[in-house]
Design a binder for this molecule. Structure first.
Ligand SMILES: *Cc1c(COP(=O)(O)O)cnc(C)c1O
Length: 376
């Protein structure tokens, strides 16, 4: 019997030039968390996002959020507002700093942080005696959050934004690339992201001082002295020059990867959109999503699970949408401003295979099974 290959949710997709740059690192013996690939990878990201930004390549996106919060002055006992509907890496760094996460639910048009609940939360926290120190807003699945509304609230209350663009490299709002809207933006190059260095991240900011301080903190906070001298607690968060070589190769194909992921979404919409049971989230006017993962909403948890299990039986990986942080055992005791939106998305939503390396036959295999479940 012919065996079918496994279809993954989102797997790495090399472009062809990565090994050349990795070889350069070997030939020049820059096998370190510094070297020409790191600088050239940062430059490539900067040119891609916006020439006015500064980029610090780091070992993970999570580390980038940790540094961003520290740069914004978050410390023990502070409160940080965080989109609840996200991956736990958005919220964990709040805990590293001994601060308190305050979770905010999503709105329905982009599935990201609700400006209405954000404002209510800020007013309520202030009335309770503490103004939150930062807002962590996320472009989940590559869809930009309500950029203007969130910025307006941040400015009104003078609270800086950490823009979690881990899933949104290549997405934009009115032609401006994601990761340049926050006071500090962050990117991830983990293995499942739109481009990857196997593991990696970056901090993106218009503020050169923030970049310099991020690099300082990421390299063990060494003072300027011939010996090793330290007047700050530092971290070991810099990206390796070997991995930055992979990143340089991946930047060359980023736009192709965005097009391929968007084409996956269009294929799913064309094939499934006429079923009244299946909903997709559309781009509001001016929005451009990299469609990192193609997501569907089904009528119920039961139907969602039937589809997921039918796919699994055929060796196809799919995944429920992120479980909101306010429902997570580790986070449920923290203050939350929620209205049921992300609970509902979690219950009914499914991420379909979305890699840029899926073949037409792969995509057809996926929709054939879903259609069989819907018409059963
Ligand atoms: C992947 C991801 C991160 C963390 O990035 P790592 O590089 O894996 O540490 C943060 N936030 C979101 C929304 C992510 O999807």
């Amino acid at each position: 019997m012919e065996t079918q290959t496994k279809i993954w949710l989102s797997s790495p997709h090399m472009g062809g030039h990565e090994q050349e740059y990795v070889n350069e690192a070997f030939l020049t013996n820059w096998i370190a968390p510094l070297g020409p690939n790191v600088n050239l990878f940062e430059e490539a990201i900067q040119q891609y996002i916006d020439n006015d930004v500064h980029v610090a390549a780091l070992s993970t996106g999570t580390g980038a959020i940790h540094l961003a919060l520290e740069l914004l002055g978050v410390s023990k006992g502070d409160e940080v507002l965080c989109q609840s509907f996200t991956f736990s890496a958005s919220a964990n760094p709040i805990m590293y700093l001994g601060a308190t996460p305050i979770f905010i639910d999503s709105e329905k048009s982009t599935w990201n942080i609700s400006p209405k609940l954000l404002k209510e939360a800020i007013q309520d926290r202030i009335s309770k005696g503490k103004k939150p120190k930062a807002i962590i807003a996320v472009h989940l699945y590559g869809m930009p959050y309500l950029i203007e509304e969130v910025r307006q609230i941040a400015d009104e209350f003078k609270i800086p934004i950490v823009e979690d663009s881990a899933e949104a490299l290549g997405s934009s709002y009115r032609g401006i690339k994601c990761s340049s809207f926050g006071d500090i933006g962050i990117l991830s190059f983990n293995g499942n992201k739109i481009i990857t260095t196997s593991g990696g991240g970056a901090l993106v900011t218009n503020n050169l001082g923030y970049k310099k301080k991020a690099v300082f903190l990421a390299t063990q906070a060494r003072d300027d002295a011939p010996h090793y001298q330290h007047s700050h607690v530092g971290y070991n968060y810099r990206m390796s020059n070997v991995l930055a070589g992979i990143g340089r190769g991946q930047m060359k194909v980023l736009d192709d990867r965005v097009m391929a992921r968007r084409a996956n979404f269009e294929f799913y919409k064309d094939s499934l959109g006429h079923f009244s049971e299946i909903e997709f989230v559309e781009e509001p006017e001016g929005y451009f999503s990299n469609r990192w993962l193609s997501c569907i909403l089904t009528p119920s948890f039961a139907i969602r699970e039937n589809i997921r299990l039918a796919l699994l039986k055929d060796d196809i990986e799919s995944r429920p949408l992120w479980k909101p942080m306010h429902l997570q055992p580790i986070f449920e005791k923290y203050p939350q401003y929620v209205d049921g939106t992300s609970d509902d998305l979690f219950e009914r939503g499914l991420c379909l295979p979305s890699g840029s390396n899926l073949t037409q036959a792969d995509l057809e295999r996926v929709v054939t099974i879903i259609i069989k479940e819907l018409t059963r």
